[in-house]
Design a protein around this ligand. Structure first.
Ligand SMILES: C[S@@+](CC[C@H](N)C(=O)[O-])C[C@H]1O[C@@H](n2cnc3c(N)ncnc32)[C@H](O)[C@@H]1O
Length: 242
């Protein structure tokens, strides 16, 4: 069982930028479940979607990447959905705290853990890439290059799943969904102090795009088929193919 997230419970004299360090890794399953509407649907279903794609398209490279894997929830969902299908899964994260814990949790020999920045990865051809709630933590100028690399690794018939928080072009919509997202966190037991301290910590670290920006970038990177398969408030997930 994951520990309860109390990282921002006490008043802090100084708010430093959010990092995926030991204190966050220890409570991560609880933190993400209480903070991200739809997480408990998106993770298992993205495993099912990717597994189906890999099983149904045996001409694709039997390889998948879980980029920004944290504790490996998406990898676990994929492995479960793959049953005994042969497939190499690379679970990648730049946080040593996360990768160490993920490697302790998942012992399936098909999974290889890499403590690496996804921006420097040398991708092998793959049938599926999963990028759940990670792109938003990359510098905006680095996002297109990563998409291009993924598109090349997936071509011609692979599948990319991208889940992200999204902004809305309409300020009224944006304010509305943002307010309901705060209600969601309150309803999950976070205090206003916890919410505002975490917000400040994330301000420079998590930069949110609109759906239109995502779609334009997918196209510019070379993807041709772009579908949004899930949205809960201001959290969406896309299925994208070269
Ligand atoms: C919100 S978590 C992702 C959650 C995970 N995909 C899941 O569904 O449970 C973001 C993760 O991305 C990782 N990350 C952020 N920037 C990264 C980068 N440039 N390269 C590799 N990992 C990165 C962080 O260390 C963190 O573990």
């Amino acid at each position: 069982m994951s520990q309860r997230d109390q990282v921002y419970r006490e008043p802090k004299n100084q708010i430093v930028d959010f990092a995926f360090d030991d204190s966050v890794a220890d409570v991560f399953p609880d933190m993400i479940r209480r903070s991200v509407p739809g997480y408990e649907t998106v993770i298992p279903v993205s495993g099912l979607l990717a597994a189906r794609h890999l099983k149904r398209n045996p001409e694709l490279a039997p390889r998948a990447y879980d980029l920004g894997c944290s504790l490996g929830a998406t990898t676990m969902a994929l492995i479960r959905a793959l049953d005994n299908e042969a497939c190499e899964v690379f679970a990648v994260d730049s946080s040593e705290a996360m990768i160490q814990r993920a490697a302790e949790r998942i012992t399936d020999p098909r999974v290889h853990f890499l403590c690496r920045d996804v921006r420097g990865l040398d991708f092998k051809p793959a049938g599926a890439v999963l990028l759940n709630y990670v792109l938003q933590f990359l510098a905006p100028d680095d996002r297109l290059a990563l998409m291009r690399q993924i598109c090349r690794a997936l071509a011609p018939g692979g599948l990319l799943i991208v889940s992200e928080k999204v902004r809305f072009d309409d300020p009224e919509d944006d304010a509305f969904y943002d307010a309901v997202h705060l209600d969601y966190k309150r309803a999950n037991g976070y205090s206003d102090l916890e919410i505002s301290q975490k917000r400040s910590a994330l301000e420079n670290v998590m930069i949110i795009d609109t759906e239109a920006v995502h779609r334009d970038r997918f196209r510019e990177a070379g993807f041709t088929r772009i579908r949004k398969w899930y949205q809960c408030l201001n959290w969406a997930s896309f299925l994208v193919s070269p």
